[in-house]
Design a protein around this ligand. Structure first.
Ligand code: PEP
Ligand code: MG
Length: 904
């Protein structure tokens, strides 16, 4: 950390807009840097200056402004006054200024803008004379006292709103515009009294005092509750601080040839080029946002204010060419003269991000790698969810927090038990709650989607739904959930009530909640990955853009991408989605369904002969599974993991069996089979199965089980090879803690492989390696590498065991609290914990490779498909990532982005 991050003294704290540039966001904040850049480009920006983030950090560290700040502000203010030919708050023709916060990243929760600083009981008359409008002057003063009272002096904003409403009722007018200059004058007086009553202080009449107080309020807002929470969620460092921009006011509400508006250089929803934006004549920025009057489309400005329009279009072209990206712009026209108030690289939808990146390549503005940098795996994942048909006429009930993506349709249910019951009867349901708790888990699992009226992205509902991959909309505050009456009321729409069983549709990608069933349409991007759409001329532009960027990513990436697949169907889909192999074929599902009975025979077997018989019955079935998977994967590598879960997972539930047995005994019945089963289940019962007899422990403690699987793998492999298949198979041992465990299994596997004519080793058709999913394995990676041909990091278990978290328990009980309190910014099961789990991986890779240079390394936990984690795996030097087939394209894209980023 440099001295400045400590809030230590620097030479200067204030820079004129003419002195900075867009590369100085750290010091000037995003807004200040972009204003300075517009000045550099010669665009018409009202004069002003930026107080740096250094000053804010100093304030936060010392509880007061740097001593030199007032003098510096005076110098820059004087320069601004001489440029404008007016003095701040002068009695005649006063200069007025705005004060805006502006951190490096735009952040909700920071202090809102204060306009019209400089007005007081005297200068209001000067403004009236200069503008020729008493009403305008008193309205401006009214706005200042209101904004200042609320944001700087901390008075509840309702106080002011109530007084305005009372006065309007008294005067019998509907809109603010119906109030006269005298009305506004009386409002100012009443606001001033309200401020005094609430704070014991007067609204300051001294313009400079107003300015200094507003600047300080911006600094203070950095540590406001909402701002701190937002930074935590978005992982923005708390020690950045905010800059403050002080700018001369220009007025869009001065006359009929004045106005204000916002525009984009391209459509931020689709990326299409054209003229996008809205404006409102004779209005200030806040009027546009407040929606008091309907705005007009930007194209109409050409007729209303032709000169300003031509100048604005030229400025738009200039900015887009300069930033080489979609820009979003705020402007004001004062008496026919254009002023640029703000610009920034504009936010956009996922579809627009892909389309714009390709458009800019075609226009020769950016190169292919830059296009790859401009999109994210997160955006690609958004494009891969099924979505609601856009032509639906369904009524929008509300728009709330998009907490877990997807589109879900179902009948409203208000509690977990009803959700489970109706879902079991085959109905699609949406669980609607004020907020969820661990008690709702069963219902959440049963529901198609979850809707809550409270909470945000880190609420219990959001965290658990994301963990389950289930659609969720949170914080729908305009819906009142009345569980007692089994109804959902739309706030502000008396009588609009939905009841249990009524169908709603929720969009977890946009936060939309709709009445009735909205048609769900498949994603065109998934159709492309599935091979159902060819990205040619006839395809949607977004499909062509995704196809192009995927090709750039595949070309750039070093990491290979594999899939976790355990059925031939999943394997085939993975290949269509671009997987270069299977990184994890879990074998346990091969023991379920009709085969469960065979597993029961195995567990209940008495003596070697019975056990052998049970294993022999399973072997041909397992072999056939592998044959089909190897065929689906063609010449690609397949990693098969030997059975991992504890055996009792394949047996009936202990409680059910005990109850059955007790009831039977009471009836005087006797069933020796059930009694035997009960005895076995009791014997195998573990109080902590995650740490019990599973993985390699099972392989060692139950001789014959792994051997049967290894035989089945080799028989299948040899058979498929005979048909010309050139793939490879990697036999993987789960849950290894020590090299001794691995040695025992390896010796057995080598013997079986050799009996089938194979000699396993690195780079051979058959290899034997281990999962790295326990801390001890990582800490002893050098020794383990001596007996492993490859390492595959099982980051699901490695996260559980490094943190000591049982995922099933912690996610639904206290993770939302941990996220809200900032213990971590994101669940370590979603994004790899680089500091802890990542460190074990780095250590294991380096010690493993030091022992065996040919050691292959990959990851097969869910993090293999998480955008941020893929970047870490690239930097950690792994050979591949493996994830669910659906996330393979996301991993390919992110692997390309990681490679490009690492080259910079
Ligand atoms: C892991 O632990 O990361 C892993 C892939 O294994 P499983 O999720 O099957 O425990
Ligand atoms: Mg595991």
């Amino acid at each position: 950390m440099d001295g400045r991050r400590d809030g230590a003294q620097v030479d200067r704290y204030v820079f004129d807009f003419t002195e900075g540039s867009m590369s100085e966001k750290d010091r000037l904040g995003g807004k200040g840097a972009n204003l300075a850049e517009m000045v550099r480009l010669g665009l018409p920006v009202p004069p002003g200056f930026t107080i740096t983030t250094d000053a804010c950090r100093y304030f936060l560290a010392h509880g007061e402004e740097p001593a030199q700040l007032p003098d510096e502000v005076s110098t820059h203010l004087a320069r601004m006054e001489s440029e404008m030919g007016r003095r701040l708050g002068a009695t005649a023709e006063p200069l007025l200024v705005s004060v805006r916060s502006g951190a490096k990243f735009s952040m909700p929760g920071m202090m809102e803008t204060v306009l019209n600083i400089g007005l007081n009981d005297d200068s209001v008359a000067g403004l009236a004379a200069a503008s020729g409008s008493e009403r305008f002057a008193w309205d401006s003063y009214r706005r200042l006292v209101q904004m200042f009272g609320r944001t700087v002096m901390g008075v509840d904003g309702e106080v002011f709103e109530t007084r305005i409403e009372e006065l309007k009722t008294e005067r019998g007018v509907e809109a603010d515009t119906g109030l006269t200059a005298d009305d506004l004058r009386s409002l100012v007086e009443s606001f001033k009294r309200a401020i005094h009553a609430a704070t014991g202080r007067d609204f300051p009449q001294d313009p400079r005092e107003q300015l200094d107080a507003a600047i300080r309020a911006v600094f203070t807002s950095w540590t406001g509750e909402r701002a701190v929470l937002y930074r935590r969620q978005e992982r923005i460092p708390h020690d950045l601080g905010t800059a403050v921009n002080v700018q001369a006011m220009v007025f869009g509400n001065l006359s009929d040839d004045s106005g204000t508006g916002v525009c984009f250089t391209r459509d931020p929803a689709t990326g299409a080029t054209g003229v996008y934006g809205d404006f409102l004549m004779n209005a200030q920025g806040e009027d546009v946002v407040a929606g008091i009057r309907n705005t007009s489309p930007l194209a109409e400005l050409e007729h209303v204010s032709p000169a300003a329009y031509v100048e604005l279009r030229a400025a738009m072209d200039r900015l887009e060419g300069h930033y080489r990206d979609l820009c979003d712009i705020e402007f004001t026209i004062e008496r026919g003269r254009l002023w640029m108030l703000q610009t920034r690289v504009g936010k956009r939808t996922a579809e627009a991000a892909f389309r714009i990146a390709c458009q800019l390549v075609d226009e020769g503005v950016i190169d292919a790698h830059e296009a790859l940098r401009r999109v994210t795996g997160q955006q690609l994942s958004m494009l891969m969810f099924p979505r609601f048909a856009t032509d639906s006429s369904a009524r929008v009930l509300t728009r709330a927090v998009a907490a877990s993506p997807g589109a879900a349709v179902g009948a409203i249910v208000f509690d977990s038990a009803t959700a489970a019951r109706r879902a079991a009867a085959g109905e699609d349901v949406i669980l609607v709650r004020a907020e969820t708790t661990p008690d709702d888990l069963e219902g959440m699992i049963a529901a198609r989607g979850i809707l809550t009226s409270r909470g945000g992205k880190t609420s219990h509902a959001a965290v658990v739904a994301r963990g389950m991959g289930k659609t969720c909309v949170c914080g729908a505050e305009s819906l009142v959930v009345d569980v007692a009456n089994r109804s959902l009321m739309v706030r502000g729409e008396a009588g609009h009530i939905l009841h249990e069983g009524d169908v709603i549709s929720i969009d977890g990608s946009t936060g939309g909640v709709f009445e009735g069933a909205v048609d769900v349409v498949p994603s065109p991007v998934v159709d492309f990955f599935e091979g159902r759409t060819v990205p040619d001329e006839g395809a949607a532009e977004v499909v062509r853009a995704v196809a192009r960027i995927m090709a750039i990513a595949d070309d750039a990436r070093r990491l290979k991408v594999r899939a976790n697949a355990d059925t031939p169907e999943d394997a085939a889909r993975a290949v269509r989605f671009g997987a270069e192999g299977i990184g994890l074929c879990r074998t346990e599902h091969m023991f379920l369904g009709e085969r469960r009975e065979l597993v029961e025979h195995l567990i209940l077997a008495e003596g070697d002969a019975e056990r052998e018989g049970a294993l022999e019955a399973l072997r041909p079935l397992q072999k056939q599974d592998f044959v089909e998977i190897f065929r689906a994967m063609g010449d690609r590598p397949v990693t098969v993991r030997l059975i991992d879960p504890p055996l009792h997972e394949f047996l009936p539930n202990l409680v059910d069996l005990t109850v059955d047995e007790a009831l039977a005994t009471e009836r005087g019945e006797s069933d020796p089979g059930r009694r035997r089963m009960l005895a076995a289940v009791e014997r195998l019962h573990e109080s902590n199965p995650m740490f019990g007899l599973r993985g390699v422990r099972l392989g060692i403690a139950r001789p014959g089980l792994f051997a049967m699987q290894i035989r089945a793998i080799l028989e299948a492999f040899v058979e498929v090879r005979r048909t010309g298949h050139r793939g490879t198979v990697e036999i993987m041992v789960p849950l290894v803690d020590s090299v001794e465990e691995l040695d025992l299994v390896r010796a057995e596997a080598l013997e079986i492989a050799r009996a089938h004519g194979e000699d396993p080793g690195p780079g051979e058709p058959v290899s034997i390696g281990t999962m790295m999913e326990l801390p001890r394995a990582c800490l002893t990676a050098g020794a383990i590498a001596g007996s492993a041909d490859f390492f595959s990091f099982g980051t699901n278990d490695l996260t559980q065991t490094t943190w000591g978290f049982s995922r099933d328990d912690v996610e639904s009980s206290f993770f939302s609290t941990y996220l809200e309190k900032g213990v971590f910014p994101v669940s370590p099961f979603e994004t790899l914990d680089v500091d802890g789990v990542g460190r074990l991986i780095t250590l294991a890779v380096s010690e493993g490779r030091a022992r065996k240079a040919t050691l292959k390394t990959g990851v097969c936990g869910e993090h293999g498909g998480d955008p941020e984690s893929v970047d870490f795996f690239h930097r950690a030097g792994l050979d591949y990532v493996s994830c669910s087939p659906f996330r393979v394209p996301i991993a390919r894209l992110e692997a390309g982005r990681a490679a490009v980023a690492a080259r910079d």
